[in-house]
Design a protein around this ligand. Structure first.
Ligand SMILES: NC(=O)c1ccc[n+]([C@@H]2O[C@H](COP(=O)([O-])OP(=O)(O)OC[C@H]3O[C@@H](n4cnc5c(N)ncnc54)[C@H](OP(=O)(O)O)[C@@H]3O)[C@@H](O)[C@H]2O)c1
Length: 302
């Protein structure tokens, strides 16, 4: 089905999960070449061309990205180089070699002002440099015309990598009280859920359909709701193992507004993404966000 897969960003959350869950388990009988930043710097256009031409993959999977949302506001050139120009060159090289491309994008391509969940056909209106750079990358891939899939995901976390889950566990262990934004809603999505879903898609995809899909865990919550769930489920695990609870109790996790927690980048208030298209075209659905949280907490406390 695939002979040689080139996977970027293997030290990132999604890249690591893909390598572990999907490729290392031999789920696809393909030769997988996994590259980190030191082996392929996506800010170096010549290096991208050279590496793709040398490896000759028939599928490129690109979870690598410039993901520092706030820092991107003061580093737009680097954000665009990695999130817009690099995907374009990957797509051009893939097209030249007759290969396909799987790429990841974000809920931050939307303005977040819609009343319900976004569908893929809704107008995009990114509010941040990061969102704009990711949308430019998407557009460049579509313009190349090669067989491609773009998956927009949101609020990615997991036992591996830097993310909200790890930050909350650290802060709740150190402090008596936390203040977490409650007026941004979306779907926390585990890197493991993404890897499982992508594996299912990859087994079916013949390159005949190309398109953009939402890929997030089911359900929705706010960052405050996510923090509450993290503390509640982590404490439940601690009790079952006779270990101490976190310092910050649930009634000391306070809901605040976005206005009370200003950041350099503006984030969408509504990040909810409808995944019906993924279910319809590939029969793939991701588990509820709260159920997906448990295995990540278990992996962390082992
Ligand atoms: N994280 C989220 O909440 C979130 C939400 C929505 C969409 N997404 C999208 O989902 C995808 C996966 O995100 P993630 O959470 O796995 O991100 P991540 O954990 O931040 O990983 C990003 C990876 O990209 C690599 N990278 C950055 N600059 C690079 C460069 N110049 N050359 C090569 N590699 C470079 C990083 O390398 P180093 O390890 O060396 O830094 C890292 O391994 C991305 O497309 C992202 O835009 C993420």
């Amino acid at each position: 089905m695939y002979k040689k897969i080139l996977l970027t960003g293997v030290n990132g959350q999604v890249g690591h999960a893909l390598q572990q869950t999907l490729l290392n388990q031999g789920a696809l009988s393909a030769d997988v070449v996994s590259l980190d930043r030191s082996q392929l710097d996506l800010a170096d256009q010549d290096a991208i061309r050279r590496v793709v031409q040398a490896i000759k993959p028939d599928l490129i999977v690109n979870p690598a990205a410039y993901t520092a949302v706030d820092k991107a506001e003061s580093e737009p050139e680097l954000a665009y180089a990695i999130n817009a120009t690099a995907p374009q060159i990957l797509a051009e090289e893939a097209a030249r070699a007759g290969a396909r491309l799987i790429h990841f994008s974000t809920d931050y391509v939307y303005a977040g002002s819609k009343a319900g969940a976004y569908v893929e056909e809704d107008p995009t209106q990114p509010l941040s440099v990061y969102g704009k750079s990711k949308l430019t990358g998407e557009d460049a891939i579509r313009a190349t015309g090669l067989p491609h899939l773009i998956f927009r995901t949101s609020w990615v976390y997991g036992a591996y990598g830097k993310n909200f889950l790890k930050t909350i566990l650290r802060l709740a262990a150190e402090r008596d009280a936390l203040r977490i934004v409650a007026d941004q809603v979306g779907a926390p999505t585990s890197s493991r859920s993404i890897a499982d879903a992508l594996s299912a898609v990859m087994h079916q995809w013949r390159g005949d359909v190309s398109g953009t899909y939402h890929m997030v865990n089911a359900g929705q919550t706010s960052w405050h709701g996510f923090a509450m769930a993290i503390v509640e489920e982590y404490n439940r695990l601690q009790v079952s193992r006779g270990l101490p609870l976190l310092k910050a109790s649930l009634d000391h996790i306070h809901a605040i507004s976005t206005q009370e927690y200003p950041t350099p980048a503006v984030r969408p208030a509504n990040s909810c993404l409808d995944c019906s298209k993924l279910a319809r075209d590939f029969s793939v659905t991701l588990p509820d966000w709260r159920n997906a949280l448990i295995p990540e907490l278990e992996a962390l406390s082992q």
